[in-house]
Ligand binder design. Structure first.
Ligand code: ZN
Length: 309
């Protein structure tokens, strides 16, 4: 028996397979990415709590010899076990290793694959239907998100994708839709661009905010960051039916029809949702880089085709 195996036995540590399962479940709670295991990390503590490890089990060191440098390194046995579990999941292609993720995110972190995401949902008893709205990252989707965030902003932008066939749902289209949602909601820090509402579900698994298409999906609007804007459910609806639009300077223009509505319309208790918006001259909340602001060509199309003057 190896020294490491002996130590695991001596300290009565949980079986690696069980640690693997719990680790996968935790990935969903942590948005699909986890930094290399270290002290003080929430996930390291959470999984230790799950297995009800004692203080000693959490801290007992494992001595490893770095042959190259001929020195002894002490790592907690618990971190080593977590690493072994993650490594084994990576071999099964359920996780991507930090050495590979760093090329994508510039951070050393473990990340779920699509296959790992599906497995984790199953283990967590989360319906697969929820998958498309979870903010959980996967390696395949993050590759698309990176492209969306880093593409050069086109001068002559056409917000339509003629190749978009609504009837045919390919795997690629599904990944792209998720990438669009993640890229847009993240760019706006999960806040509604109009009212600033930011709230997640009580289990912290999903956000209220939605990634709205400016030129809608039904008009073959592109799934990219220049045709997207983060809006709460209410403002998403109001935008889609033409209650408001954006001006070129990213201020809000409200339909003049608001003036002919009965006085009790468009209110939450005494708060005037739309009439107040009509008088505001403030810009909407925008991403922190102007290369990913909504494109003026999408906005012009919305103003001419959806907005009700
Ligand atoms: Zn809102």
């Amino acid at each position: 028996m190896s020294y490491e195996a002996e130590m695991l036995k001596k300290w009565d540590m949980p079986p690696r397979k069980e640690v693997e399962r719990e680790l996968l479940r935790e990935f969903v709670k942590h948005g699909g990415v986890v930094a290399e295991f270290a002290s003080g990390q929430e996930i390291v503590k959470d999984i230790a709590d799950y297995f009800a490890l004692t203080e000693e089990q959490r801290n007992v060191p494992l001595e490893r010899i770095y042959k190259k440098e001929n020195r002894v390194v002490k790592t907690p046995l618990w971190h080593r076990l977590l690493f072994r579990a993650a490594d084994s999941l990576a071999k099964e292609k359920l996780l991507i290793r930090p050495s590979q993720t760093i090329k994508l995110t510039k951070k050393k972190e473990w990340m779920l694959t699509e296959k790992g995401f599906d497995r984790a949902l199953k283990l967590s008893d989360i319906s697969a239907i929820r998958k498309e709205n979870l903010p959980t990252k996967s390696y395949e989707v993050q590759k698309i998100v990176k492209k969306l965030n880093e593409s050069r902003r086109p001068e002559k932008y056409i917000p339509f994708d003629k190749k978009k066939k609504a009837a045919k749902v390919t795997r690629e289209a599904v990944l792209r839709t998720r990438a669009f949602r993640l890229a847009v909601t993240e760019a706006y820090s999960y806040r509604c661009a109009v009212c600033g509402l930011k709230i997640s579900s009580p289990d912290s698994l999903s956000w209220e905010v939605e990634a709205a298409h400016i030129v809608p999906h039904s008009h073959m609007g592109r799934d990219d960051i220049w045709n997207g804007i983060a809006l709460c459910h209410l403002h998403h609806w109001a935008f889609d039916v033409g209650w408001f639009t954006l001006r070129d300077d990213y201020t809000v223009e409200v339909s003049s029809n608001i003036n002919s509505l009965p006085a009790d319309f468009g209110k939450i208790r005494d708060y005037e949702l739309f009439r107040i918006l009509a008088n505001e001259k403030r810009r909407i909340f925008l991403p922190n880089r102007n290369e990913i602001y909504p494109h003026i060509n999408s906005i012009i199309w919305h103003r001419q085709n959806v907005f009700v003057r």
